[in-house]
Design a protein around this ligand. Structure first.
Ligand SMILES: [Zn+2]
Ligand SMILES: [Zn+2]
Length: 152
């Protein structure tokens, strides 16, 4: 098994504490996304995604959600706290698509070390990039990012 075996559950939640979550399976990978959507959503330079299998997250509390591309049956659902607005998770609607925890909402952020960066074509120029780099979306279903995380 990987050396990144983490003590479960991982816990986290929104800024006000109303919405909490527990991650009960080992995460698959951690990367930063520099696409302009993640920049806008996070109001920052990039989004940080901790990918976990869809059945590996339990939410507790009231949620609201947003679909950027509501017509698309595979559109990602952004789940956030209706009180403070913190986005905590992105959920895919495809059969085997997982969930991405917005990693900055974890209670313990001290161990977070991304193994790569995607959409570097729109990364802000001051951001230092290392690890696996992708101009745009990975074309291997994140396989290399998942393998790198398991070795890290
Ligand atoms: Zn909140
Ligand atoms: Zn993105």
């Amino acid at each position: 098994m990987s050396s990144t075996e983490l003590n479960l559950p991982l816990t986290g939640g929104c800024q006000c504490g109303q919405l909490r979550y527990r991650v009960t399976v080992q995460p698959l990978t951690l990367y930063c996304c520099h696409c302009t959507e993640c920049q806008g959503q996070s109001s920052s330079a990039f989004g940080m995604s901790l990918r976990v299998p869809a059945d590996g997250v339990q939410l507790e509390g009231r949620t609201a959600s947003y679909h950027r591309d509501a017509e698309n049956p595979l559109a990602v659902e952004g789940v956030f706290c209706p009180d403070c607005g913190t986005r905590v998770i992105h959920r895919g609607r495809g059969a085997d698509s997982g969930s991405s925890i917005k990693a900055g909402t974890l209670d313990d952020k001290s161990w977070l070390k991304p193994v790569g960066h995607i959409w570097t074509s729109s990364a802000q120029p001051w951001v230092k990039l290392d690890g696996l780099l992708y101009d745009k979306q990975p074309d291997d279903s994140y396989a290399a990012l998942i393998a790198a995380f398991s070795r890290s």
